[in-house]
Design a protein around this ligand. Structure first.
Ligand code: GLC
Length: 546
């Protein structure tokens, strides 16, 4: 059994987790302060999003030096203390490697701009007239994917912000540099890595216009990506560490290759298909309610498909790029607690390693901002402009951001009912939603029936029951539009998970709850106290025969 199968990862966005020095920004000392809280929750690994030297145009995903700590987060001594203190509590650290691109403030890019050819080869520069980008590709943050650098009279590729220049992985020097970064952090004693948009690293041999889309089909799961990953793991000596790749617009076939043990690439992968079921016509900036039927079909296809190919999923609803799950797939009003628990159980009991994003374990909601001045995220600010330019009124554009902005997931962690949610003594860089007076860690701790307590149980169950880590999965109730349900099996053991995604009572179609009980299954977990006749609003019930 791979040792990450029965583990749970907690994601920390340090800028919003806990501000220890009172400047309004979360920091590493804040993370250290809260390690006991994380140990109490019971998770195994902590993934920290980037805190390396950065101009922070994309909140640290624009790295200017992979080996230095951004002073706004703290010092190297604090990183070392964090590794040490986490280790004492049985928590392994995973750091976030942003290897598809660097900040344009990185020394390599600066030397490229100064005319050093060696460093121009580190990036993707192309000759061209200042008014004629090499291709028509679009940046994922809006606008063109190329920027003109007058210093050298060339264009450079940036799939994200124009201050995030794509690295040229075709150049073996670049690959070696990045391997050295991994060795550096491994030496420091961290246990794993998360690789940012790592399926975009291999670009095509020829750069051509995309007549059908924004260019992504030319570089997504690109021609050398598997080779590059295998080499990276082999040469940097990180095999055996826990690794997760963030895969943008990927395919099942590729994800099997990225994560099956025999190919020696990564331990597991994130894919995002299930988080597009509320994108109208596949467009993030057009609203529609989530389509639960396609959500279920996607889960079934990926869970059963990865199982068949021996791949391994990272299962998750939330991260720093996503709105809050309870606001999106649950009900942040009347049924907040019930729906947050149901959502947690739904992915924690699947086949894969579950990730909890800070605040999810207390049912934090979307930000609820009503003014553009409250937003900070580069993507949100860009799209607000784009949406207004396309003819939306400011109110319409704001309604879209309220549902879709990445800032929804980046509001400060709600620790208490004190000012600024107990996150900081100073006005934070991004404001918490008003509901922090009610939704906070302190309140959850006083409530035996809290979402936090339920997550503790989910984690404990995974640690205790091998069937959750290792059992086979098959989906049930495939025709039921209201329910996501599946069965895990391990030898003679069975575990059935039934989730109602509606705020009303719904019935099961294949077998009733009584039928399952007649088969010898009994309740091991749920968000109601007993097993009812049908599934009650947002009910999850977990049944097992042992
Ligand atoms: C990933 C990160 C996101 C970042 C982007 C570019 O999607 O999760 O926050 O903006 O990569 O690095």
């Amino acid at each position: 059994m791979a040792d990450f199968h029965n583990k749970v990862v907690y994601q920390i966005y340090p800028k919003s987790f806990k501000d220890a020095n009172g400047d309004g920004f979360g920091d590493l000392a804040g993370v250290i302060e809260k390690l006991d809280y994380l140990a109490e929750l019971g998770v195994d690994y902590l993934w920290l999003t980037p805190f390396f030297l950065s101009p922070q145009n994309d909140n640290g995903y624009d790295v200017a030096d992979y080996r230095r700590i951004d002073p706004s987060f703290g010092t190297m001594a604090e990183v070392e203390k964090l590794i040490d203190e986490a280790g004492k509590r049985g928590l392994g650290l995973m750091f976030d490697m942003v290897f598809n691109h660097t900040s344009t403030e990185h020394e390599w890019f600066q030397r490229a701009l100064a005319g050093e050819e060696k460093y121009q080869e580190y990036y993707i520069f192309r000759e061209g007239e200042p008014d004629q980008p090499p291709t028509n590709w679009a940046s994922k943050f809006g606008g063109p994917a190329w920027a003109y650098a007058p210093e050298v009279g060339k264009w450079y590729l940036h799939l994200f912000d124009k201050t995030q220049a794509d690295l040229n992985w075709e150049n073996p020097e670049v690959r070696r540099e990045l391997q050295e970064v991994l060795k550096f952090w491994k030496e420091k004693g961290i246990k794993g890595f998360r690789f940012d948009v790592v399926n975009l690293i291999s670009k095509p041999a020829e750069f051509a216009d995309d007549m059908e889309g924004d260019g992504r089909r030319f570089y997504t799961d690109g021609r050398h990506v598997h080779e590059f990953l295998q080499e990276m793991v082999r040469e940097s000596g990180i095999e055996g560490m826990v690794t997760v790749g963030e895969m943008s617009s990927t395919t099942l076939e590729n994800c099997i290759r990225y994560s099956c043990p025999q190919d020696k690439e990564l331990s597991m992968v994130f894919n995002f298909h299930h988080l597009k079921v509320d994108y109208k016509d596949g467009d993030k900036w057009q609203l529609m309610p989530p389509d639960i039927k396609s959500l279920k079909e996607l889960f079934a296809r990926w869970q059963e498909g990865m199982q068949a190919g021996q791949g391994w999923n990272a299962t998750f609803w939330c991260n720093h790029d996503q709105p809050r799950a309870v606001s999106r797939f649950g009900d942040e009003g009347t049924w907040r607690k019930k729906s947050a628990k149901m959502l947690g159980a739904c992915i924690h009991l699947m086949r894969g390693t579950p990730y909890i994003y800070q605040g999810e374990e207390i049912g934090m909601t979307n930000a609820g901002y009503a003014s553009i001045d409250q937003y900070r995220d580069v993507e949100s600010l860009n799209y607000y402009e784009i949406l207004c330019r396309e003819g939306k009124s400011s109110a319409e554009a704001l309604a879209i951001l309220a549902a879709r902005s990445r800032d929804n997931g980046r509001t400060p962690m709600q620790w208490s009912a004190e000012a600024y949610a107990g996150f900081s003594s100073h006005e934070p860089w991004l404001l918490p939603p008003d509901n922090y007076k009610k939704i906070n860690v302190e309140a959850a701790r006083q409530d035996k029936d809290s979402i936090f307590a339920f997550y503790q149980q989910l984690i404990r169950l995974r640690h205790e029951r091998e069937i959750i880590a290792e059992g086979k999965i098959s989906f049930l109730e495939k025709k039921n539009e209201d329910v996501i349900a599946y069965e895990r099996t391990l030898g003679a053991e069975r575990l059935v998970v039934l989730c109602n995604f509606r705020g009303r009572e719904v019935s099961l179609k294949e077998k009733s709850l009584q039928d399952y009980q007649a088969e010898g299954l009994h309740r091991v977990l749920g968000n109601y106290e007993d097993v009812g006749q049908a599934l009650r609003p947002y009910e999850v019930v977990v049944l097992a025969n042992s």
